[in-house]
Ligand binder design. Structure first.
Ligand SMILES: *Cc1c(COP(=O)(O)O)cnc(C)c1O
Length: 466
């Protein structure tokens, strides 16, 4: 984010200058920027340089673009510091951390209504991206096994998904040679909702992705309706197509805020569910989770057993080594908050989202795309014909000058001509902070609306923030 805004290192000097206040007698006053320095420096000196450079990063409290946790309590920070050296893969050396990992995904399997939580299988990951990759790979491998068993070719898999999926699904398809079949969103079908699915699904379809909390807008895709459409496909064609739920945000929201919504393993077609522990799971980056309905949903040949760390450890992951501390922090939060605490935290975010969206939707220039009642994320557009003098990119720039990061971006196919602006309400965006944001938003809109001619440029297009 910062590097995109400033341009990657516009200052092309190839040394980093040391503040004279920190330089010790005899120490170099400059350190090379892009090559490994020849000499050692004192730990205080190196620390000061890193500390000062990192201070130039943005202020996370004012970042309304990201979904990822930026604050945990001091007890979690203590666990982090105590466990910083633990490697998640080393289950023989750290059997307690390994046991806690299993407890965590078993709790999630139960929260998501797995029919028999003891017969499920899951794992922690570095984030939802890895979790989605594993979910997608299991779908692909299951399909390949079934095709080969039936003596049919298994070389042209496809995956059906909304044009509004997060980029990890485009990566999945590109990295593992799966043809993506994007169902475009439209004004009538704002999310993948099962319409016309029979045009997309065929014998080579490994599965359908349903997103609980679409990145662009925060809306839920209706998993039960998608499943019902696939039931109709099965009646007509015999094809039995499973669903992976990408619940990066929603799988930590729906169990607490929309308890009557049926989206999880209660839907028989849902084979696997993934989520980000570091989004509404409330842990520092990076931890994700993926759980399969039952052990049959995950082909055994995706699990490897390694002996070289001691023992005979099953591993199911794209990475090998990775921090174990995040898993311990997730467990800490499960114990600390429980259902009641997660409900309280998520409800506060939802209240703030609804408060903000009601007021932004009531402002003359804007029209809400959604109001944040699914995950606490909402987007709005400029009303047709409101003005030719400014657009949402200009507004985003104006807010950025006040420190707020509120991205504007084009919607995906088939709505790419439509620009929206989005707010992600995370734990920490209090009602007070929301009021301060509203005041700044109103002031900037008043400024732009008072223009007597168009803004001199088209407005920059900052990168889209997942
Ligand atoms: C954030 C997000 C992802 C990717 O998650 P990471 O944890 O950042 O890897 C995938 N899908 C959706 C819907 C997301 O919101």
């Amino acid at each position: 984010m910062t590097s995109a805004r400033r341009g990657a290192e516009p200052d092309l000097r190839d040394v980093v200058a040391l503040n004279p206040l920190f330089a010790r007698p005899g120490e170099a006053t400059e350190l090379s920027r892009f090559t490994l320095p020849d000499r050692e420096s004192l730990p205080e000196t190196a620390y000061q340089i890193v500390h000062d450079e990192a201070m130039l990063d943005g202020n996370a409290r004012l970042n309304l673009a990201t979904f990822v946790s930026t604050w945990m309590d001091p007890q979690a920070a203590r666990i982090y510091a105590e466990a910083a050296g633990k490697n998640m893969i080393d289950k023989d050396e750290y059997p307690s951390t390994a046991a806690i990992e299993t407890r965590c995904w078993t709790m999630l399997a139960d929260l998501w209504h797995a029919p028999d939580p003891r017969n499920t299988i899951g794992t922690s990951t570095i984030g939802s991206s890895e979790a989605c990759m594993l979910g997608g790979l299991a779908l692909k491998r299951r399909w390949q096994h079934a095709r080969r068993a039936a003596g049919r070719p298994a070389d042209r898999p496809n995956l059906v998904l909304s044009s509004a999926v997060q980029v990890c699904w485009e990566k999945f398809c590109a990295y593992w040679d799966v043809e993506p079949r994007f169902v475009p969103i439209s004004l009538e079908h704002k999310v993948l909702d099962g319409h016309d699915l029979d045009d997309y699904v065929d014998e080579n379809t490994i599965g359908v992705v349903a997103v609980l909390g679409v990145t662009y807008t925060g809306m839920y895709e209706p998993v039960a309706e998608i499943a019902a459409a696939l039931d109709r496909v099965q009646e007509a064609t015999g094809l039995d197509v499973p669903i992976h739920v990408d619940g990066a945000s929603g799988a930590f929201i729906a169990p607490f805020l929309q308890t009557s919504l049926v989206w999880d393993f209660r839907v028989a077609r849902v084979a696997s569910i993934s989520t980000s522990g570091h989004k509404y799971g409330l842990v520092y980056p990076g931890v994700g989770w993926v759980v399969w309905r039952d052990t049959a949903a995950l082909p055994e040949d995706l699990i490897f057993r390694v002996s070289y760390l001691g023992g005979d450890m099953p591993t199911l992951a794209l990475n090998f080594s990775r921090p174990g501390a995040q898993v311990l922090m997730q467990y800490y939060l499960f114990l600390r908050l429980g259902r009641e605490g997660y409900h309280r935290v998520q409800k506060t975010c939802q209240d703030v989202a609804l408060h903000l969206s009601a007021r932004i939707g009531a402002m003359a220039p804007f029209e809400l795309w959604n109001d944040g009642r699914d995950i606490p994320v909402f987007a709005w557009r400029l009303k047709d014909g409101h003005t030719a003098n400014w657009n949402l990119y200009h507004l985003s720039d104006r807010l950025r000058a006040r420190g707020w990061l509120v991205p504007a971006y084009p919607m995906p196919a088939d709505l790419t001509e439509l620009t929206v602006q989005r707010v992600v309400v995370r734990n920490g965006l209090s009602l007070d902070l929301a009021q301060a944001f509203l005041a700044d938003l109103r002031a900037e809109v008043a400024y732009l609306d008072a223009l007597t001619g168009p803004m001199p440029t088209g407005g920059t297009r900052p990168g889209f923030h997942h």
